[in-house]
Design a protein around this ligand. Sequence first.
Ligand code: SF4
Length: 522
Amino acid sequence: MLITLFPALHGERDLPLGLLYIAQTLIEHGYQVRIVDLNLHVGKNIDLGRISAIRDADLFGFSSYRYTMSADISIAWQVRLINDSPMIWGGWGPTTNPLLYIRYAPADIIIPGVHMQAPRVMLDVVKCIEKRRDISIVKGIVYRDGDIIVDTGLGEIPDRIPPLKWDIISHVDLALEDYIEDGVLLVPILGALASCPKYYESPCIYCSIGRVISEYKITYGTNRFNELMQRLMQFDVDRIIQDMENAIVYFNDVLKDKLKRISFTLVDDAVTPENFLKLYKKLVENGLINEFSFMKFQTRPEYIPKILKNIRREHRSKFIMDVGFEFFSERDLLFTNRGSNPNMLANILRELSEKRVHWTGYVILATPVTTAEDLEKNINLAINIAYNSDLLRCNPYLLEEDTYIPLKYGWKAIEWKCIKIYSEHGQVTVVVPHRPRFFIGNKEIERMIKVIDYYIEKVEKLREKAFQKASKIIAERGEIDLNDSIGTVTRVYSLGELRDSLMKLRKALVEDYISKERHKAF
Ligand code: SF4
């Protein structure tokens, strides 16, 4: 039986880690698996009918996020015209919105779950289809039976994550060379499934994963929740080291001279200082730290001092910390239940700049309660990060992707948006939740827009200056030295990202302003 898997169409050249785990399970049980990563061909006109993994598949698996839903579904319908084998969907989008996919996608079965439930459930589904058994015996799926939607619950979270056998990449026909950029391959390594302690105490208001995990109490039962919590938080350092060592051997062996440097990204929502220390010690002990270029990982700001304390000076350039600062305004920090405060954040920013480590920072410009003063504080945080870090990532506002906001403030607090989906009936428009509305009045919105207009101009001027400086460096040196000039070059992107976010925020504020005026009129 041939199973062909498709990663979500997000446009990035990332090795599809989640699908590799699924492929590994299926291959170990004697199935043939192919992964067709269309992210490698974005912008090209690909004739899907010429891909044998599509023509010959007995079963398809699609991974999707809500934001890639439109593209994923459109591809799936094209695939169905070529081969009408059953289609199974999983990932964030189908987990949080199974009904949307059942309704609009060629989805025969949905496998909900984003904490490694999928490999086992997928295997059960495949066996069931192969043996032509009734699918209702499989736990962990959602499907349509006539007019009824059947939900058989969630699959099991595994008690341990197996080591990844990288050589399965050779079996699934992935064109590995296409994932290399400038001789560097970024290899994802799975850390803990859900390490952020806040998931289990009081998640941030906009944290979809926090909400999914708190719902596990209902799905799996409170009695089992403690056991599952251990599984989710488990940071199995020996398995992580093994995955890294195996990756170095495998990728060097297969890619040979094409691979100049290997780097890792630790897939873990919030690496804690304790977990970092465990990993760092092992990396140093066995010398593995000298065998890769750098390792990226995500963490919370308050963990930074303890993490930095443990990294020896000579190893600082080995790590890129992605720090979720989010807001600098106290009102926004409180509203979102971030658990940090401006003083603490200021100290951490200072420490990061003084220690001259590599880090990237994430900022959200506004929440529903942000005022003009708050916005200015958040913008200045973003500018600070753009100048002191290697890269700023910025969102204009919170996004509604199954957060606590509608639970707490009702669906009236949510703005919906239309997305176009290409289905079997041509293009259809689907309305999906998009972002929380601004709770503030129109006077405050006017003040915020003034602040935004001022900063759009200011940030654009800063960006132009940064561009000139970066062009000079590149012209003089010919290439970028990671240790001293990456910040100068990436600052252009960071400031561009901030400017674009300001523009998006302005648009959203204007939308809400008009809608509030309309309501007044009635
Ligand atoms: S700190 Fe991050 S991962 Fe943890 S609950 Fe908040 S948003 Fe979620």
